[in-house]
Write a protein that binds this ligand. Structure first.
Ligand code: K7E
Ligand code: CUA
Ligand code: CA
Length: 655
């Protein structure tokens, strides 16, 4: 299926062809295979010794070894707190993870799209209401696939209020409130599949002249026919992808923008005017061979103000039963740059990852199948939108060759970029201004400053505060797959790793291997003082809170039974309660303990109920009392010397 040959027909100018060493499709497939098999098989001979000694082998041989590292410098001794939080996606576990850096301590797993019986996420009524349910009350989806976690911003830096994370499987976006570090909202996005990239606006409404609102942008990776209801399943002309904009406070889907090609990762400009996405499938292909047909794909820029003006002016359509306004950002609908909603900048073959430099000047798009990174000047993108010149390719100010399989780029705030090289198993450090000088024709300049081996296949790489204008240039994390010999073996499914790299000096230095559960994708590293959490819940937050142990009771209305219950170490407010077989039961449990960290669990055997209530927190569960008998309701969370004795008897009378 190829409905848009326009891109593949584009002839790159000759100067570019000679400068860039494109690999043909067959070679690339072979290369990708070789890269993986090197990673997998090279460990065979050394498997035993590596497993026994813990000695790792280094992947490539071209990078400088990080010598003379005094590891103690980065140690966080017992009792001391780390300098940073790391908020990481948990990949297809559907969760978000919280680590401390530089120690690598695991602090928390935040269930989001997954069901988690440690906390009761997906089990309690409150969490199910956030996740969405079928009419019978069961969760609408049990699976999730998180990739990109980003924080909410005020004027270019984190304000500590929210995290946003995508769900690629079901096209959802979740919000995590950082004061409790729990998910408080999930929105399902209509008309899309493969919601991959996500990035919030970096500004709040700080300029009264411009109506900035904080939005989050999401990129659709997979083409689908519109509307996707069984018609037009094989009509290429009906397939397309869209950018989606969600309001960060309302969590409403505000608008969508139809495009040519697909979307992948998202970046936003520091001035709030632009969002961009790399496009690897401008071919509109359905097989990977088709998706690799063109020598160039694109990085597409969205002119947010124009899109929102078009929506306001009613220049939109809707799809199927969805009410979300959809504007047309295709090339055919936008012939004049001066009014165009989008700008498609050609970049080499199947790019991956687009990242904004902290000085606000450039977006860097990594080549993936091309050994290059493309530096796009945002001032020139604005100039293009103003009609200053015709060819969007003229917004490119550099395209250095940096290595094989470039994916994601982090920054240190000193003008350097750090790009993960999936196939070379390295991080390459390069100078952005030097790459621009080289592109202008100064052949004496070499933008490459340093390379370091990582173990073994890096995906995302990111720096401390690196997605903000307060970037501090201290640490880089390389999140790696194929860690094979780096940790004690745990069977065929290996842990993944986050390798911590000190980037303060000229040479990168590998400081630590932190193991992670599969499979981390993207993360952000946030200074600890930007995060202010609450240590206990607010009793009044839940409308059904049982505020006094004396209020514990069983209320019946026909077959509907509500059990009002409290917990206070080492007892539940009712030592026993009786219901009848066939009852529709709701249990509301408030933890009246006020002591920090005094969490109680609540488990009912055979009824598949298990959740915790934190100090002053209220949660509820609903179930059908379909099994007569005695059930010991017990506290699952160690809370008191009499924790084992903290029980209540649920008597289900036979009907
Ligand atoms: Cu490169 Cu989903 Cu960000 Cu994974 S994506 S690595
Ligand atoms: Cu309450 Cu254990
Ligand atoms: Ca392509």
């Amino acid at each position: 299926m190829t409905s848009n040959d326009e891109t593949s027909k584009e002839t790159p100018n000759l100067q570019d062809v000679s400068r860039r060493k494109f690999l043909n499709t067959a070679a690339l497939v072979g290369l990708a295979g070789a890269g993986l098999s090197v990673g997998l098989t090279s460990c065979k001979n050394e498997e035993k010794s590596a497993a026994l000694t813990g000695a790792g082998k280094t992947g490539g041989s071209t990078a400088s070894a990080s010598s003379a590292v005094t590891y103690g410098e980065f140690e966080v001794p017992p009792g001391q707190l780390d300098e940073y939080y790391e908020f990481s996606s948990g990949g297809h576990s559907g969760e978000v993870r919280v680590y401390a850096l530089p120690s690598g301590r695991t602090l928390k797993r935040i269930p989001v799209f997954n069901i988690d019986c440690e906390s009761g996420w997906g089990i309690t009524n409150e969490s199910k209401a956030i996740m969405g349910t079928h009419p019978d009350g069961s969760p609408k989806y049990k699976t999730g696939d998180t990739h990109h976690v980003h924080g909410s911003y005020t004027d270019g830096t984190y304000n500590g209020k929210y995290l946003f994370v995508n769900d690629k499987i079901h096209g959802r976006m979740a919000r995590i409130r950082l004061d409790y570090m729990v998910c408080d909202k999930i929105v399902e996005i209509p008309n899309v599949q493969g919601t991959h990239g996500i990035f919030p606006d970096k500004r709040d409404p700080v300029d009264p002249k411009i109506n900035y609102t904080t939005r989050v942008f999401l990129g659709q990776e997979f083409h689908i026919p519109q509307p996707n209801d069984g018609r037009d399943e094989n009509d290429p002309k009906k397939y397309y992808c869209m950018l989606t904009c969600v309001g960060s406070e309302s969590m409403d889907v505000l608008w969508q923008c139809k495009i040519d090609g697909n979307l992948d990762l998202i970046a936003t400009s520091y001035d709030g005017t632009l969002a961009a996405s790399n496009q690897y499938n401008t071919e509109n292909g359905v097989t990977y061979e088709e998706m690799m047909a063109a020598e160039r794909d694109a990085c597409v820029f969205f002119n947010i103000a124009r899109i929102e003006a078009a929506v306001k002016a009613g220049k939109y359509f809707t799809i199927g039963t969805s009410k979300v306004p959809v504007v047309d950002g295709t090339k055919a609908a936008n012939p004049d740059p001066k009014t165009s909603l989008t700008c498609y900048v050609p970049v080499p073959k199947n790019p991956h990852g687009v990242n904004a430099t902290p000085d606000g000047k450039y977006f860097i798009c990594a080549g993936k199948l091309s050994p290059t990174a493309t530096v796009i000047d945002l001032a020139l993108v604005h100039k293009w939108f103003d009609g200053g010149f015709k060819d969007p390719r003229d917004t490119v100010v550099a395209e250095p060759e940096i290595g094989l399989g470039p994916l994601h780029t982090g920054f240190d705030g000193r003008g350097n970029a750090y790009t993960t090289l999936f196939l070379d198993s390295q991080i390459v450090k390069w100078d952005i201004e030097k790459s621009i000088a080289q592109f202008k024709g100064n052949s004496k300049v070499d933008p490459i400053l340093d390379r370091i081996d990582v173990h073994y296949q890096p995906g995302h790489g990111f720096t401390s505060m690196g997605e903000t204008k307060d970037v501090d240039g201290k640490f880089f994390i390389s999140d790696n797959k194929f860690t094979k010999d780096r940790f004690l073996p745990v069977g065929p499914r290996h842990p993944d790793s986050g390798q911590l790299i000190d980037i303060r000096g000229d040479k990168m230095r590998l400081i630590a291997d932190h193991s992670t559960h599969p499979e981390p994708h993207d993360a952000i590293i946030v200074k600890r003082d930007l995060i202010r959490t609450k240590q206990i819940n607010d009793l009044n937050e839940h409308p059904l809170a049982v505020k006094d142990a004396k209020d514990c009771r069983v209320v019946r209305s026909g077959k509907k039974v509500t059990v009002h219950l409290t917990s206070q170490a080492p007892a539940f407010g009712l030592r026993e309660f009786t219901i009848k077989q066939g009852d529709d039961v709701t249990i509301i449990l408030t933890n009246l303990d006020k002591v920090e960290d005094l969490t109680h669990g609540f488990a009912i055997p055979k009824y598949d109920i298990n959740f915790v209530v934190n100090p002053q927190q209220t949660k509820s569960v609903s179930f059908k009392a379909d099994k007569p008998g005695v059930y010991w309701v017990y506290c699952t969370n160690f809370c008191h010397a009499l924790h084992l004795e903290m029980r209540s008897r649920m008597l289900v009378e036979k009907a």
